[in-house]
Design a protein. Structure first.
Length: 140
């Protein structure tokens, strides 16, 4: 039998543990099946049914489901993120950029262009895709 003091110490140790600590940048994860929001911690982030939620935390269920519909299939594209499921344009090689643009957006980039130009083109493709998805979800 565990005493109340031991139970409290155990709860405090769990709360301080890195794998249970909530991410401050993106505090919620969303369930891909039902749109439930839960605190974003290491265990849930790595679970196959949850994605980091970057939408409005106060959004109602239909708005969260629209967010899922628009973003679940596309990896997040950033210039300097460290998450493994993101495509980091700033660290990608020419070959990575060309392959990513072709695989993700169906766009063929010119391999003779400078890498900075290719990075700008990939970001432009991503922003155009984002605008298209935002337009589709606002009409729904």
């Amino acid at each position: 039998m565990i005493s109340e003091a031991q139970d409290q110490r155990l709860a405090n140790n769990i709360a301080r543990s890195a794998k249970y600590k909530q991410d401050k940048t993106h505090p919620m994860v969303i369930n891909i099946h039902d749109g439930r929001l839960l605190p974003n911690n290491k265990l849930l982030r790595e679970h196959k049914d949850y994605r980091v939620y970057t939408g409005d935390i106060k959004a109602d269920l239909p708005a969260r489901m629209k967010w899922l519909k628009g973003f679940a299939g596309m990896p997040k594209v950033v210039n300097s993120a460290e998450a493994a499921d993101n495509f980091d344009v700033g660290k990608a090689t020419k070959e990575d950029l060309i392959g990513f643009a072709l695989d993700t957006f169906g766009a063929a980039l010119d391999p003779d262009k400078h890498i900075a130009t290719l990075r700008k083109e990939v970001m432009a493709l991503y922003e155009a895709w984002n605008a298209k998805v935002a337009g589709e979800t606002s009409l729904a």
